[in-house]
Design a protein around this ligand. Structure first.
Ligand code: CP
Length: 317
């Protein structure tokens, strides 16, 4: 029996550990599908997925589009630059028109925190949050935890260091929820301006000393400095940020030999991480991207009322 009962996926905060595990289980099955020569299953045949990305995206937009296509859905991409957003049409009116055109899923990326919840409350179709401002990016956290599980075989008890621009990061918020629900020890690290103490209330450790935290980490999760969400520069210079929080080969020498390096992308090479490490043996950054496809297939499948993973396997064999 499926434990998944949601119309929408807006946040990780509102999932429980069993629901997260069910996404992982379904994603394992869909990962087998995307390795096949014929990578397509009929699970969403006759359904329509609308991707409404009002903020730039490469990985999330393309993997949602591929996920829907791999599951035989019809897929429509709405671009803010060429849609009636340019004429001042509101988000609410836009999505109500998408529903009038019989969309079954709306996948939304938007710069405003709460935008996905806002439309989910107003639509009968399923809404998936593909990132809303600095609030949440739930499918990123599902693919991140799936990747850690694949690589380490467990999440419980692992020490996960999330470093960099925490304050403006929706990825950090979703990962904190997912990792703590699954039993990881989460440590946040960054400059005081990008990591206020209030984050301790989420059940994590807060540190400003990257060099002290690195040797103890099982997973080193680096975040991009998000200049586009900052009103002012939040630290004196990029050079100072790199000297205190950049992952370099010298710092990596003091880490556990099997520490995983993760990043949601896009990477600022030479800022939060050097190219050598981003492309090196500890990095699973591109595996995160591959897993994003399987996880997004799983999310669409479960939102469509899909059954438990063993039934998934039968249905798509
Ligand atoms: N990780 C992520 O959300 O990347 P995009 O902005 O390219 O989708």
């Amino acid at each position: 029996m499926s434990v998944w009962r949601h119309k929408d996926l807006v946040s990780i905060q509102h999932l429980d550990a069993d629901e997260i595990r069910e996404v992982h289980a379904a994603a394992r099955t869909f990962k087998d599908v995307i390795r096949r020569e014929i990578k397509k299953v009929p699970a969403l045949r006759g359904k329509t997925v609308v991707n409404l990305f009002v903020e730039p995206s490469t990985r999330t937009r393309i993997s949602f589009e591929l996920a829907a296509k791999r599951m035989s859905a019809d897929v429509v991409a709405v671009h803010s630059e060429t849609s009636s957003f340019r004429k001042g049409e509101t988000l609410k009116d836009t999505v109500r028109n998408l529903e009038a055109l019989k969309a079954d899923f709306v996948v939304l990326r938007h710069k405003a925190a709460g935008a996905a919840q806002f439309i989910a409350e107003r639509l009968g179709c399923s809404v998936v949050n593909a990132g809303d401002g600095a609030h949440e990016h739930p499918t990123q956290a599902l693919l991140d935890t799936f990747t850690i599980l694949e690589k380490r075989g467990r999440i419980e008890g692992l020490r996960v260091l999330i470093a960099g621009d925490i304050l403006f990061s929706r990825v950090a918020r979703s990962d904190i929820w997912a990792l703590t629900k699954l039993g990881a020890k989460v440590v946040l690290c960054g400059p005081t301006t990008l990591l206020p103490d209030v984050f301790r209330d989420l059940g994590v450790e807060v540190s400003h000393d990257f060099d002290r935290e690195l040797p103890r980490a099982d997973v080193i999760y680096l975040l991009r400095v998000q200049h586009e969400r900052q009103q002012h520069m939040m630290f004196p210079s990029i050079g100072e940020f790199v000297s205190l929080f950049g992952l370099t080969p010298e710092r990596m020498e003091r880490c556990k030999p099997d520490a995983l390096i993760m990043h949601p992308g896009p990477i600022n090479r030479g800022v939060e991480i050097t190219s050598e490490l981003a492309d090196g043996p500890n990095s699973v950054i591109l595996e995160q991207v591959t897993n994003g496809l399987a996880v997004r297939m799983a999310v669409l499948y479960l939102l469509n009322g899909g059954q438990a993973p063993e039934t998934v396997a039968e249905g798509i064999a």
